[in-house]
Design a binder for this molecule. Structure first.
Ligand code: OAD
Length: 422
């Protein structure tokens, strides 16, 4: 499995168009029963006996009993590690899209942005009579409903769940956006039996558009023999492993003359030394690169919460001076409003030895090869010949103009035009 994971991880470049489609299996570890699994039946009814407009017309009370029971069960469930990884990817990858057939809302509760909910939400309701006084649909978290079916507050008729039932049309706009999302570089189908259309057809769309296709499901489905890579394991195990393979944490780095070590909580003394360095404080705090905190708090965040804060700090050691850092290097993968930033600070007595270039190169290599960032940008106040030479040697594009508070500033970028401001 490891080699498959690594080959998938390699395809997840920072600028890749990544689309993940999920089904009930992604929520199994949260304690939500899948539909077609052994525990999917409710009081002996099949899904198709409950999730249809005809079933509701025959017995709104029975259908609501089932939905009310599911809402009660869901209210006690929490997102699991698979939801958390996908939520972090929705922030990490600018071209990430998440399609779900699930109506449970757990992706959103994990913090996923812009979820394409193909089958609606169990937390929405709408008037069965479509009375003119009521909105199209609205959210109602009441659990349990005191009366079933719950009455429409506008006309008193029955409410119905805001989900799409068998035999009903899907929201055209959502389907179009899902189809658009299938034009991607990597398409995942995770925890779905791949039986219900149109979701089941999205995989073929993605293949026709040349996407690399990946299935994550412990069981064989119709998709298993079709995808490029089938990972036969549970989503809550596979996705965190894949995330770890993306290089979510800062690494120790070595260049020809330098050692770069991630700032760790044990390096409190070095962190304090850094903190007394005026430039470090200005870079990190005043420019809101990281939240204000004590040296220890920031060191801990850099070492352990890289995936969350998306920044890392390295202490730079010259080989011959192994115990005392000559400076620091920092990387913020999603610089405030501006994109990835490279920070660099070298204690003045070490200037002019080419160390800045070398340390920056090490961190840049890490940024592109391990973290797969599309670009790195930054700004340096009070430019001089040396900083210009360093940027030129790193192949950066740069521009000198008034920046923060009108200060003479060098704006630099590894790609395209340098950013227009901070
Ligand atoms: P299913 O119940 O049909 O399939 C769940 C899939 O998840 C199965 O293939 C399991 O092998 C897999 N699975 C179980 N545990 C897993 C885990 N921990 N990690 C990964 N996979 C796991 O549910 P769906 O495919 O979501 O539609 O069903 C699709 C649609 O059919 C649902 O949205 C629902 C239903 O009709 C509507 O309600 C309109």
């Amino acid at each position: 499995m490891r080699s498959r994971l690594l080959s998938v991880a390699r395809a997840l470049r920072a600028d890749a168009r990544i689309t993940v489609m999920t089904g009930a299996g992604v929520s199994a570890a949260s304690g939500v029963p899948t539909f077609r699994g052994a525990d999917g039946l409710w009081k002996g009814f099949r899904l198709e006996d409950l999730a249809t407009p005809d079933a509701f017309a025959r017995s709104p009370h029975r259908v609501w009993e089932w939905y009310d029971w599911r809402r009660q069960a869901l209210a006690g469930c929490l997102p699991n590690r698979a939801h958390h990884v996908l939520a972090s990817w929705s922030l990490r990858f600018p071209r990430f899209r998440l399609i779900t057939q699930n109506v449970d809302g757990l992706h959103e509760r994990a913090g996923a942005a812009d979820v394409l909910r193909l089958h609606g939400s169990i937390w929405d309701v709408r008037c069965w009579n479509r009375c003119t006084a009521s909105p199209d649909q609205w959210r109602d978290d009441t659990v349990p409903f005191p009366v079933l079916p719950p009455p429409c507050p506008h006309c008193g008729g029955p409410l119905r769940p805001g989900v799409v039932w068998f035999g009903e049309m899907l929201d055209r706009d959502v389907v179009d956006r899902c189809l658009d999302a299938t034009c991607c570089d990597v398409f995942f189908t995770v925890g779905t039996s791949a039986l219900v259309h149109p979701a089941a057809g999205f995989l073929d769309h993605a293949r026709r558009h040349g996407a690399m296709t990946v299935e994550v499901n412990p069981e064989v489905t119709p998709a298993t023999s079709v995808v490029d890579t089938a990972i036969s394991e549970r989503a809550e195990l596979v996705l965190p492993e894949l995330d770890a393979a993306l290089g979510a944490h800062p690494l120790a780095l070595s260049t020809a003359r330098l050692r770069l070590e991630p700032l760790l909580p044990k390096d409190v003394e070095a962190a304090h030394r850094l903190w007394t360095h005026r430039d470090v404080r200005r870079y990190l705090w005043d420019d809101r690169i990281i939240p204000r905190g004590t040296a220890e708090e920031v060191a801990r965040a850099s070492a352990t919460d890289f995936a969350r804060y998306r920044f890392g700090l390295w202490l730079v050691y010259a080989r011959e001076e192994a115990r005392t850092p000559v400076g620091f290097c920092g990387l913020r993968a999603d610089g405030v409003g501006a994109g990835p930033q490279l920070l660099f600070g070298l204690y003045p007595k070490h200037w002019g030895q080419g160390l800045a270039q070398e340390a920056s190169r090490g961190v840049l290599a890490h940024a592109f090869e391990t973290l797969r960032l599309p670009r790195v940008i930054g700004a340096a106040d009070a430019p001089n010949e040396r900083s210009v030479r360093t940027l030129a040697a790193l192949g950066m594009r740069f521009e000198r103009r008034a920046g923060h508070d009108g200060l003479d500033t060098l704006f630099y970028s590894t790609e395209g035009r340098p950013p227009s401001g901070r």
